[in-house]
Design a binder for this molecule. Structure first.
Ligand code: SAM
Length: 230
């Protein structure tokens, strides 16, 4: 069964809708990838010990949701983009995979406390300011059961975009990207190990593992891959 749930009011102003379309264009590159991220394969092994319902936060076109569903987990993918969810829903139909896709924001997850056995955000909650990352983390923690597992990715200062644009706060930069001839503002916070550890400890999550990965395609992309326990 594939479900697609629309919230009552989302993006009702023309301006927000325009920005959304531009951001969709920016994320479309990731949505074209059908294989899961490498770190999800390790995470699936860790999850095996505690199978159950899992939330994919900022699921995009669902590449990680599909992988985990095929591994036998019950998956719910949440994303703010109607375009991403359309791609995910079409793939679920095509591949006859049982995933549920929900439209919403990770800043206020539309699920009750302790609903999921695990939750993860792969390259999603990292694309906002520190203040909003805090909020997204505390939402993820809220919807996971006690002792449930979490995985998050965060930007590392070794990423090629570190230091670009206007510095808004410590390791937080405002950059502009030209998308379809429009200027879109992007806020990114980059974490060194100590700051990431402090943030996660502040949210009351226990760090199980933390490693830095570098991917070099046309430029160097650097992220922390962190697994946590509530
Ligand atoms: C770089 S993509 C990663 C998608 C997917 N996790 C993957 O690895 O393929 C980031 C995703 O986060 C979603 N996103 C951005 N802001 C969001 C928000 N406030 N709430 C929910 N999803 C959001 C975007 O629509 C996009 O699909």
């Amino acid at each position: 069964m594939v479900q697609f749930i629309f919230p009552k009011i989302l993006f009702n102003s023309m301006k927000i809708r325009h920005i959304k379309e531009l951001l969709d264009t920016m994320y479309a590159r990731t949505w074209k990838i059908s294989e899961p991220a490498d770190h999800m394969i390790d995470f699936a092994r860790t999850l095996k010990k505690k199978a159950g319902a899992i939330l994919d936060v900022g699921c995009g076109a669902g590449r990680n949701s599909f992988f985990l569903a095929q591994e036998g987990f019950s998956l719910v993918g949440l994303d703010i983009s109607a375009n991403a969810l359309k791609l995910a829903t079409e793939r679920a139909r095509r591949e006859k995979t049982q995933c549920m896709f929900v439209m919403g924001t990770f800043l206020r997850l539309p699920f009750p406390d302790g609903y999921f056995d695990a939750a993860f955000s792969s390259y999603a909650i990292e694309n906002v300011s520190l203040q909003l990352i805090r909020r997204a983390l505390s939402e993820m923690k809220r919807v996971v059961k006690k002792e449930g597992l979490l995985l998050v990715t965060l930007h590392s200062p070794k990423h090629w975009r570190f230091g670009q644009g206007k510095e808004l706060a410590y390791h937080e930069f405002l950059t502009f990207q030209m998308i379809k001839n429009s200027k879109v503002e992007i806020v990114t916070h980059f974490f060194d190990r100590e700051e990431a550890e402090r943030l996660l400890q502040d949210t009351g999550l226990k760090i199980l593992s933390m490693r830095e990965i570098l991917r070099i395609d046309e430029k160097q992309r650097a992220h922390w891959i962190i697994t946590l326990e509530k």
